[in-house]
Design a protein around this ligand. Structure first.
Ligand SMILES: [Zn+2]
Ligand SMILES: [Zn+2]
Length: 135
């Protein structure tokens, strides 16, 4: 994947890419933790830089629901949406309601060249629905 994107293959890039694949919607700190399992000496800045390069190359998608830190996923190119739990912050993928990336076809694009439509569904995840109230 790195070679196809014309990125040099480095150990930190491989490790970060593997971590994002293994932990969809993880934030930088979780990715850092996973990467350090393989490369104990890697710095926070290095992981941050790699995430930025991978995002710019389109290998990784960055999402940031309001009130959340940035999160990363390897599922790119389909403009799928996300549902976020208001209680615990859990995130899951939601496919477009109809077919492939229909939301990118705006009813009137106002002359803009559109490459992303962001829909965030908000609610409560099954675990939080079932949990007894603790507060
Ligand atoms: Zn929840
Ligand atoms: Zn996703």
């Amino acid at each position: 994947m790195l070679r196809e994107a014309a990125l040099r293959v480095t150990r930190p890039r491989l490790a970060v890419l593997a971590a994002v694949h293994a932990h969809p919607h993880a934030e930088t700190d979780s990715i850092l933790g996973a990467v350090r399992g393989q490369l104990p000496a890697v710095s926070h800045q290095a992981v941050y830089d790699v995430l930025r390069a991978l995002t710019a190359a389109g290998l990784v998608r960055r999402i940031q629901p309001s009130g959340s830190v940035a999160r990363y996923e390897a599922r790119v190119g389909d403009n799928h949406h996300h549902v976020v739990c208001r209680s615990c912050g859990a995130i899951a993928d939601i496919d477009c309601a109809v077919g492939e990336t229909p939301c990118l076809t705006a009813s009137d694009d106002q002359g803009f060249s559109i490459d992303e439509a962001e829909v965030t569904y908000w609610g409560v995840c099954p675990e939080c629905v079932g949990a007894p109230a603790t507060r």
